[in-house]
Design a protein around this ligand. Structure first.
Ligand code: HEM
Length: 197
């Protein structure tokens, strides 16, 4: 009997991972180790500014394409209220058109739940649990099989990686802005000042 065909290589995920890991590292470093309450509160505010911008921009198109992302912004808003913090203004969301771009953007949202496991542990060590300011982390990480299901959905579409990686980088840029970091290391905030200024 012939052996079953091997599963297709996870080419798109690899392209997305390698195409965005510089931005992920910058985001992670900017958010910090979350060893203080102030760091966690800043993380919560950044998460709201990010998710409240990107979720409405993505939701309808993602559902039409067959993947329903978790709407986390309302739960983050509850966490902010629990901790007596105001909701920050959402950053500006980019236009995301076409399945490759939608998939690349979803990769960033779904992948963030992987780091969410670690972040939930750090938040718990600071005293933030499901009823005390970290409900969104518990929602985000409640289904460990979700990531595999997402990858199967994404890899099942035979998408061009270039627009996917471009969209994922755009969405990481939105996250960098939302968490208060310069979106581009060569961007305006880090350019040397002109002579005489
Ligand atoms: C302090 C903040 C963060 C930490 C410590 C962190 C950490 C991690 C870790 C450890 C993983 C790999 C998990 C595994 O392979 O099991 C991961 C994956 C990922 N994270 Fe983060 N993360 C952080 C914030 C974020 C944010 C804010 C986003 C998006 C806005 C994000 C997007 C991703 C993505 C897309 C992946 C999947 C990469 C892959 O293809 O394997 N992360 N993160």
């Amino acid at each position: 009997m012939p052996l079953p065909a091997p599963p297709p290589p996870a080419a798109l995920r690899a392209a997305l991972r390698h195409g965005t890991d510089d931005l992920h590292m910058r985001l992670d470093a900017g958010i910090g180790p979350l060893t203080t309450k102030a760091e966690y509160l800043a993380y919560l505010q950044g998460s709201f500014a990010f998710r409240a911008a990107i979720e409405p921009a993505l939701h309808a198109a993602a559902e039409a394409a067959g993947w329903a992302p978790i709407r986390l912004a309302p739960t983050i808003a509850e966490d902010l209220a629990t901790l007596g913090l105001a909701r920050p203004r959402p950053v500006t969301a980019p236009a995301l058109e076409g399945l490759p771009a939608i998939a690349g953007a979803l990769y960033v949202l779904e992948g963030s739940a992987l780091g969410g496991v670690l972040i939930a542990r750090r938040a718990a060590a600071l005293g933030y649990g499901p009823d005390s300011g970290a409900a969104h982390l518990h929602r985000q990480t409640a289904r460990p099989g979700r990531w595999r299901a997402f990858l199967a959905w994404m890899e099942g579409h035979d998408l061009d990686p270039r627009p996917s990686v471009a969209a994922a980088r755009t969405v990481f840029g939105v996250a960098l802005l939302a968490y208060g970091q310069a979106p581009d290391p060569a961007g305006p905030r880090s350019k040397p000042k002109a002579n005489g200024t």
